[in-house]
Design a protein around this ligand. Structure first.
Ligand code: CP
Length: 298
């Protein structure tokens, strides 16, 4: 694996190989075998988990980190192109982790970089490292990836974590339930791709009647930074807000995932329930990103 840009067309054996490697790292802290290597984290958009878990992963593997998380303090503020910024970062570092609001930005970066580029989110398009940690967490919590009943809930139009995750489902053939507020449904192209891959799905406005069937609820926030309309967030999420009452008929194995940050789509009272698994999911990001760094840098 040279670059990690997209989950589209990612072979099943590549995915499972990375998950197995992450599993080893979770069970036994890996050796510091990236000593002398440098990761550049180039974040043109805010991040807590992705950037800091990559930086922690790199340091725990013995490597070092340079980069920025406020593009306003770089020469892009003076008008430098993304490509020129990446050309320069590739002179300093051994791999580049990039987050940028433009769809396709990571692919543009990879065109001019002779070092591996890792897409940490390009607009509404893709977030492949999140998908790998999501799959890791689904497998860890359910003991398998195949044939699960999965609800994808929230802003399915703009949510890059959902788009990225869906591209891997052709390998695992879940039954999918799509729950989104009006106007924020999954784009037609993605629905067509699900049909083309023979994945069973249905679209819903509310979650309550589906809860008893589910193994996984994958909840996302409304991506208000991706559109101009003023929104009343609490009103929009009301039909599917996850509360202890909503979960009463759930199967014992149901786990709730969320890439985070959450706003008010999950009641904090849910955190204490055995169904809540989003903080374990976030922790798994460290092991999955160690596996990714060890793969692209060795
Ligand atoms: N899940 C995720 O991408 O979180 P951050 O935006 O905090 O990196």
């Amino acid at each position: 694996m040279r670059h990690l840009l997209s989950t589209r067309d990612m072979p099943k054996e590549t995915i499972l190989g990375l998950l197995d490697r992450a599993d080893q790292h979770k069970k036994t802290p890996p050796k510091p075998n990236l000593q002398g290597k440098i990761l550049a984290t180039c974040f043109f958009e805010p991040s807590t988990r992705t950037r800091l878990s990559f930086e922690t992963a790199m340091k725990r593997l013995g490597g070092d980190v340079i980069g920025f998380h406020a593009a306003d303090h770089t020469s892009s503020k003076k008008g430098e192109s993304l490509q020129d910024t990446i050309r320069i970062m590739a002179q300093y570092a051994d791999a580049i982790a990039i987050r940028h609001p433009l769809e396709g930005s990571a692919a543009l970066a990879a065109e001019v970089s002779d070092k591996p580029v890792i897409n940490c989110g390009d607009g509404s398009n893709q977030h492949p490292t999140q998908t790998l940690l999501d799959l890791y967490t689904i497998r860890e919590s359910q003991g398998r990836l195949e044939g699960l009943q999965i609800a994808l809930v929230g802003d399915l139009k703009h949510g890059r974590t959902v788009h990225s995750l869906l591209h891997t489902f052709n390998h695992f053939k879940p039954r999918i339930y799509l729950i989104a507020p009006p106007g924020l449904e999954l784009p037609k192209q993605q629905l067509d791709e699900l049909k083309a891959h023979g994945i069973m799905f249905s679209c819903h406005q509310t979650l309550d009647s589906i809860v008893p069937k589910l193994d996984i609820i994958y909840c996302t926030r409304i991506q208000h930074e991706r559109f101009n309309d003023k929104i009343e967030h609490a009103e929009l999420v009301k039909p599917y807000r996850i509360t202890p009452e909503l979960l009463e008929p759930a199967k014992p194995n149901l786990r709730i995932l969320h890439p985070l940050p959450r706003l008010n789509e999950i009641d904090p009272a849910v955190d204490k329930l055995p169904h809540a698994y989003y903080f374990e999911q976030s922790q798994n990001g460290l092991y999955v990103r160690q596996a990714i760094l060890n793969t692209v840098l060795t």
